[in-house]
Design a protein around this ligand. Structure first.
Ligand code: HEC
Ligand code: HEC
Length: 367
């Protein structure tokens, strides 16, 4: 369940408690609204400014004020059924970007419950619908204009409409078999592995027959087909040889990739057991296992670790200072000084190695 839908349910529960309906003081709320007034108008002749006008906001489906250009996130929230009432507005104003990821309301949020209650009471004085109205059915009769009512029900419709044709009335829901056929990814923790097994010895003939033409008898690669083994201790070199054994972090990628994409040109022709046997054989070619009788199965799969695993770290970008601050990105005039072109790729030689080297010439030959 998405965050705002949770907030919606929570709101229903809160409103059921007596005494919580309009806790605030509209006169005090008018002062709090000064924080909003740079972007929002209310009252006679209120127009859209940076944000939409907020007359009749209670009972309004999110993202539906006429002639206002909302963020995609807000329109989606409305399409998913978000209607403004006391509790949904309170949740939004407390932390706008937490409730609706991607909203373009650049407002940090109101910290004090008192301020929230008061500004809601103030907004309520510009709405004919009760702020405590919780659902479409009670909100609709109160919605002032007919267009608004139509918008609200149209926006709420897609939730059920996705079952048969979605917003655009095209296609149908995928069947379980269709989803199962696509849903074949395997994760490092073994999630998604099919039941099965195969030994190094089983894998060798399957490999010779289906893979060696391109990848070589020992995974050394024929011509320019990819190398599947070797390359140990080359990662610090100028031209590292990245193979399953020297570079790949997880064995699950080998199983997933071979089952999904190999043999090249005849993908998905191998049985699950064949893929276990081939994966075991690739471990053998990479000296991760040394016994030809070694049997790989869904049961011992996650016991196997590839040599380079520990050099990979989890992606923690979301927690990094720069991203965690979630500041608005600079979109114009971001460079303080004039921008000038200092060099053109035609002059700057971006091709590594000597030009005499046939392989290298042309690579990156930007012109
Ligand atoms: C810096 C400008 C700015 C400030 C300050 C601001 N808002 Fe907003 N507000 C917006 C924008 C822009 C939107 C449209 C958001 C979107 O489309 O994602 C919005 C949307 C809303 C909505 C949803 C309306 C709808 O029709 O869906 C409500 C309710 C709201 N603001 C209330 C408030 C209140 C109350 C305050 C003051 C406590 C406030 N806002 C402060 C810019 C602002
Ligand atoms: C007709 C040639 C061909 C055959 C046969 C073939 N492959 Fe490949 N293989 C490729 C090509 C081309 C790629 C690279 C594809 C790409 O990068 O999109 C590749 C990539 C791979 C990779 C990933 C290598 C890397 O480091 O990125 C593995 C593992 C692999 N193949 C295993 C197999 C196995 C196992 C078989 C036999 C079941 C097999 N291949 C049969 C051509 C072939």
């Amino acid at each position: 369940m998405s965050k705002f839908l949770k907030a919606l349910c929570l709101g229903t529960a809160l409103a059921a408690l007596p005494g919580l309906a309009i806790a605030g003081d509209a006169a005090k709320g008018e002062k709090v609204f000064k924080k909003c007034a740079a972007c929002h108008a209310v009252g006679d002749g209120a127009r859209n400014k940076v944000g939409p006008q907020l007359n009749e906001v209670f009972g309004r489906t999110a993202g539906t004020a006429e002639d206002y250009k909302y963020s995609k996130a807000m329109i989606q929230a409305g399409a998913d059924g978000l209607v403004w009432n006391e509790s949904t507005i309170a949740a939004y104003l407390a932390k706008p970007k937490d409730m609706i990821k991607g909203t373009k309301m650049a407002f940090a949020g109101l910290k004090k419950q008192e301020d929230l209650d008061n500004v809601i009471a103030y907004l309520a004085s510009f709405s004919s619908a009760s702020p405590a109205a919780q659902d479409q059915s009670s909100a609709e009769p109160a919605a002032a204009e007919q267009t608004q009512t139509a918008d609200a029900s149209a926006a709420a419709a897609p939730v059920s409409a996705t079952r048969d044709g979605g917003v655009f009335g095209l296609g149908r829901e995928a069947t379980e078999d269709e989803i199962a056929a696509w849903d074949i990814d395997i994760r490092p923790d073994g999630t998604g592995l099919p039941v099965g097994s195969g030994t190094v010895a089983d894998g060798e003939p399957i490999y010779s027959e289906n893979c060696a033409v391109c990848h070589g008898d020992f995974g050394e690669g024929v011509g320019r087909w990819p190398v599947l083994a070797g390359g140990h201790d080359t990662l610090r070199e100028d031209r590292p040889e990245k193979t399953i054994g020297s570079y790949w972090p997880y064995l699950s990628t080998v199983y997933d990739y071979v089952r999904r994409a190999m043999p090249y040109g005849n993908a998905r022709s191998l049985s699950d057991d064949d893929v276990y046997a081939l994966t075991a054989y690739l471990l053998y070619l990479n000296d991760v296992v040394t016994d030809e009788d070694f049997e790989l199965s869904n049961e011992n799969f996650t016991d196997i670790h590839l040599p380079n695993e520990e050099n990979f770290i989890a992606d923690n970008r979301a927690d990094e200072e720069h991203y965690a601050q979630k500041g608005e990105p600079c979109m114009s005039d971001c460079k303080p000084n004039a921008v000038e072109i200092t060099m053109r790729a035609r002059i700057l030689d971006v091709t590594p190695g000597s030009v005499d080297d046939d392989e290298a010439a042309g690579v990156g030959g930007v012109d």
